[in-house]
Design a protein around this ligand. Structure first.
Ligand SMILES: Cc1cc2nc3c(=O)[nH]c(=O)nc-3n(C[C@H](O)[C@H](O)[C@H](O)COP(=O)(O)OP(=O)(O)OC[C@H]3O[C@@H](n4cnc5c(N)ncnc54)[C@H](O)[C@@H]3O)c2cc1C
Length: 402
């Protein structure tokens, strides 16, 4: 079989690439090879809206089934790409079917990092990434009363809130001093830990799991010599990019598949986008790999467009977001809790803007319960102008009303 465009991976990036291609080539055949059992669907609601009754499963699909037909896309589900021959421009799936491509997109995303401790293969230890995982948890809800959530990144935080909202007892355990350590400044992180406790979640900081044991229930042994008895553990200790195919094909791989500003890998016929790709973030003048929804969509679209000849660099400054019970936020740029930060509050820890600075230049902004200001933040980052604290406060006052 021969296709001008083959997309591997049916996540946000792979799905968005179809639109990017179609904006520049209305008819060239597209094959989308997707390992999962479902046509491309929205991932963010799996740990948020679905649990809080704000969305339903029938709202998950990214496109109507008719879209694939109308756009001449052959959607092949439950099929994994297992090998690429870059010279022959051919890719094989796990049933031995070969597809010749003009341009290939690797949108293989990321997978949960596994816990490498004794007993981690126990039946009660789970990871959370896909719709299948959501369906599993939904199905198990009546079978457990207590869950141990490991890790205080986005998945751990959101799923702890989701399971608590579903009426479960939840212990949230993390090695850092406070949750979301990679993103939040310390005082805000400590506030979030308190906020979770107010919602009935037991938080345990500064601890990791060293061993699981099955004794009827699941016993998790911690670094501090404590035991947590639970029925189910949800491990959210980060993800790793699915780069195996690219590595085997001899493409350059660093902290992800290396691509240029056109989303092109070191092979001119192969592109990569989304969670799996390390790309030049032009507005920040550095290379990055981003594991967020908006980036996956915009980067996927850009890659698709360039596969179809657009020849346009990816200049988007993607935003990302999360919801923690009633607290919600959006962020853009370099948002790293270890940077110099300057919070400007309208209501302390409830509503405000946190700037992430390098030599007094705004590199990133976290809009904490502040909405519709992503473009404003983007503009400040693009300007890259050194600014004192008073000037930043005035800016927030003028536009957010702090
Ligand atoms: C539960 C959850 C909630 C999230 N919430 C938010 C949020 O609130 N805000 C936010 O900004 N981001 C959020 N994210 C992150 C966001 O969803 C990801 O950044 C985005 O899904 C990445 O899209 P992607 O297409 O690059 O990769 P993925 O979504 O990982 O998709 C890659 C797909 O490729 C498939 N695949 C891999 N290898 C192969 C192969 N060899 N052959 C065929 N198929 C293959 C995989 O099975 C997968 O379906 C969330 C993620 C999860 C899991």
């Amino acid at each position: 079989m021969n296709y001008p465009y083959v997309i591997v991976g049916g996540g946000h990036a792979g799905a968005a690439a179809i639109e990017g291609i179609r904006a520049h080539d209305p008819t060239g055949g597209i094959l989308l090879l997707a390992r999962e059992n479902h046509p491309p669907y929205q991932r963010p609601p799996l740990s948020k809206q679905l649990w809080f009754g704000k969305s339903t499963k029938d709202e998950l699909p990214i496109y109507d089934p008719a879209f694939y037909r109308d756009q001449h896309v052959d959607l092949v589900l439950r099929r994994e790409a297992v090998e690429i021959d870059p010279e022959g421009r051919r890719v094989w799936d796990d049933r031995g079917v070969a597809y010749d491509y003009g341009k290939l997109l690797l949108a293989t995303g990321a997978r949960p990092r596994r816990l490498a401790v004794e007993g981690a293969e126990a039946e009660g230890v789970h990871y959370y990434r896909s719709l299948e995982d959501y369906l599993f948890f939904e199905n198990q809800l009546t079978r457990f009363q207590h869950a141990l959530v490991l890790g205080s990144g986005f998945i751990g935080m959101e799923m702890a809130a989701a399971l608590r909202h579903a009426g479960k007892e939840v212990t949230l355990l993390y090695p850092e001093e406070y949750p979301l350590r990679r993103v939040l400044p310390r005082p805000l992180g400590l506030f979030v830990a308190d906020y979770y406790r107010e919602h009935g979640i037991e938080t345990v900081s500064g601890e990791s799991i060293v061993r699981f044991e099955e004794r009827g229930e699941l016993i998790a042994h911690t670094t501090g010599g404590n035991e947590v008895t639970t029925q189910l553990a949800l491990v959210g200790v980060g993800v790793e990019p699915s780069t195996d195919l690219a590595e085997a094909a001899g493409l350059e791989v660093g902290n992800g598949i290396e691509v240029d500003e056109y989303a092109r890998t070191t092979d001119p016929h192969i592109y990569a986008a989304g969670d799996v790709a390390e790309f030049p973030y032009l507005a920040l003048d550095r290379r990055m790999r981003i594991e967020h929804w908006d980036h996956a969509i915009q980067h996927g679209k850009a890659a698709g467009a360039n596969m179809a000849g657009a020849n346009r660099p990816y200049t988007t400054m993607p935003f990302f977001y999360s919801d923690l019970f009633d607290l919600g936020w959006e962020a853009v740029g370099e948002v790293d809790g270890s940077m110099d930060t300057h919070p400007v509050w309208k209501v302390e820890h409830r509503e405000g803007v946190i700037f992430y600075l390098h030599d007094d230049v705004i590199r990133g902004a976290l809009l904490w319960n502040v909405w519709d200001h992503v473009d404003w933040a983007r503009q400040l980052i693009r300007e890259a102008k050194p600014m004192g604290a008073a000037e930043r406060e005035k800016l927030v006052m003028a536009s957010v009303g702090a």
